[in-house]
Design a protein around this ligand. Structure first.
Ligand code: PGA
Length: 255
């Protein structure tokens, strides 16, 4: 992380965990531990917990995000939630294109791109997830995959709107497996993404652009990962469900 150029963002991705009551409890525990953070702190929670999370974080430095959103404003899309519905209750962030959405729910680069554009139009901050599978890494096509996912997702995003986008590089083989990419492996891909942003936009936009790492980031390995020049924060799954662990990661990003 380069503190002169960028402010780190630590975001929890709670996935399909916690009820509203448990949400209030967990946020209550996180709040005092991260109040002096020198980085942005976000919790992305299941839809039914958003309102509780917003109430519990009022007046604090914790921002609230959703884990997905649809591309339409409203309509016949049973089971979906629109970006406008999210902003109407005070949600500020949204994760888009998480590998679990791509893997289990038929999300494609095209639908990711539509969701990214709709979320930006509604005024949300987007955390766009990209990353290769183990098979793709072994075939040596990591850069091609990450490049394609990034280019398609950002195809209609202006330089102005890019200011509201963060990319989370999450190698699929490292998610929830306890298998973290080494700091060198993670930084290599994050640097590649930054160069790609410079090519697609310009160096100024690339230097200001926040690129997180995600995939088994935890209280123990966070400092080493965040020490890398191009790792500007983390998208944290498992470890974000434990207040002390999440707080330690926030602390590492604040140093
Ligand atoms: P993990 O998940 O930290 O549990 O590996 C990260 C993510 O999926 O965003």
């Amino acid at each position: 992380m380069n503190k002169k150029l960028r402010k780190a963002v630590i975001a929890g991705n709670w996935k399909m965990n916690k009820t509203p009551v448990e949400t209030a409890e967990l946020i209550g525990n996180i709040k005092p531990l991260v109040k002096n953070a020198d980085c942005d702190v976000v919790v992305c929670v299941p839809y039914v917990n958003l309102q509780t999370a917003i109430q519990c974080t009022e007046g604090t430095n914790i921002k609230v995000g959703a884990e997905n959103c649809h591309w339409a404003e409203s309509g016949a899309f049973t089971g979906e939630i629109s970006p406008q519905m999210l902003t109407s209750i005070g949600v500020e962030y949204v994760i888009i294109g998480h590998s679990e959405r791509r893997q289990y729910f038929g999300e494609t680069d095209e639908t990711v791109s539509m969701r990214v554009n709709a979320a930006l139009k509604a005024g949300l901050q987007v955390i766009l997830c990209v990353g290769e599978s183990l098979e793709q890494r072994e075939k040596n096509i990591t850069f091609e995959i990450v490049s394609m996912q990034t280019k398609i997702a950002l195809q209609n995003v202006s330089e102005e709107d890019l200011k509201n986008v963060i990319i989370a590089y999450e190698p699929v083989w490292a998610i929830g497996t306890g298998k973290t990419a080494t700091a060198k492996q993670a930084n290599e891909v994050n640097s590649f993404i930054r160069e790609l942003i410079a090519d697609l936009y310009n160096t100024k936009a690339a230097n200001a652009f926040v690129i997180q790492y995600g995939g088994s980031m935890n209280a123990e390995n966070a400092a080493e990962l965040l020490d890398q020049e191009d790792i500007d924060g983390g998208l944290i799954g498992g470890a974000s469900l434990k207040a002390p662990d999440f707080a330690k990661i926030v602390e590492a990003a604040s140093r």
